[in-house]
Design a protein around this ligand. Structure first.
Ligand SMILES: CC(C)(COP(=O)(O)OP(=O)(O)OC[C@H]1O[C@@H](n2cnc3c(N)ncnc32)[C@H](O)[C@@H]1OP(=O)(O)O)[C@@H](O)C(=O)NCCC(=O)NCCS
Length: 160
């Protein structure tokens, strides 16, 4: 058990917004997928840290589909929130949207679930606060996250 009281999804919800500039581009002129992934990882770290107030590591990133290209000059936002917490792990859902700064429609360009694990001072997995679910939607997402965590555990066990 963590010594910290339960926290809500809203307590750690985080949005990062960045303007894509030429140094974010690959050789074709579109934004390099690695830039999107790096920010995805950073924002998940912030959400997890806001929830547990401890150091965390990324244990896994589930499948990421890049749904549409991102262009230099696009304003990209990473919307991130907790969906599930276990004993020491936290699942963070991140949706990535992009829109041209000069005007145009906002489009979803990616989405991912990351599992972050809290660590104690010795670098061992440490208990995290419970998630205080305040809506039916949060309870539904929590149940889905729990099922994904169980699937990941089974896959890891099978591969060892
Ligand atoms: C993540 C890590 C701390 C887990 O350590 P471990 O000894 O396997 O710990 P445990 O088996 O006790 O698992 C701890 C929790 O992590 C979860 N977990 C472990 N490996 C996982 C994985 N690959 N994916 C998702 N969850 C994972 C477990 O389900 C458990 O969750 P729970 O406590 O909520 O039930 C360890 O594998 C590690 O340090 N990995 C490197 C992380 C890192 O450096 N990331 C940055 C890469 S640059």
């Amino acid at each position: 058990m963590s010594g910290l009281p339960p926290r809500t999804v809203a307590d750690s919800r985080t949005t990062v917004v960045r303007l894509m500039i030429p140094t974010d581009a690959n050789f074709t002129g579109n934004v390099f997928g690695g830039q999107i992934l790096a920010e995805l990882d950073r924002v998940a770290y912030v959400v997890a840290g806001r929830h547990c107030h401890q150091n965390c590591v990324t244990a896994s990133i589930d499948r990421v589909d890049f749904l549409a290209p991102v262009h230099v000059g696009d304003l990209v936002e990473w919307l991130a929130e907790l969906t599930y917490v276990g004993r020491t792990s936290m699942e963070v859902w991140v949706q990535v949207n992009a829109e041209p700064l000069q005007g145009g429609s906002r489009r979803k360009v990616g989405e991912a679930f990351l599992t972050m694990v809290a660590l104690d001072a010795g670098g061992r997995p440490a208990p995290v606060p419970a998630l205080n679910l305040v809506s039916g939607e949060e309870r539904r997402r929590f149940a889905e996250g729990q099922a994904r965590a169980e699937t990941r555990r089974k896959v890891r066990t099978a591969h060892r």
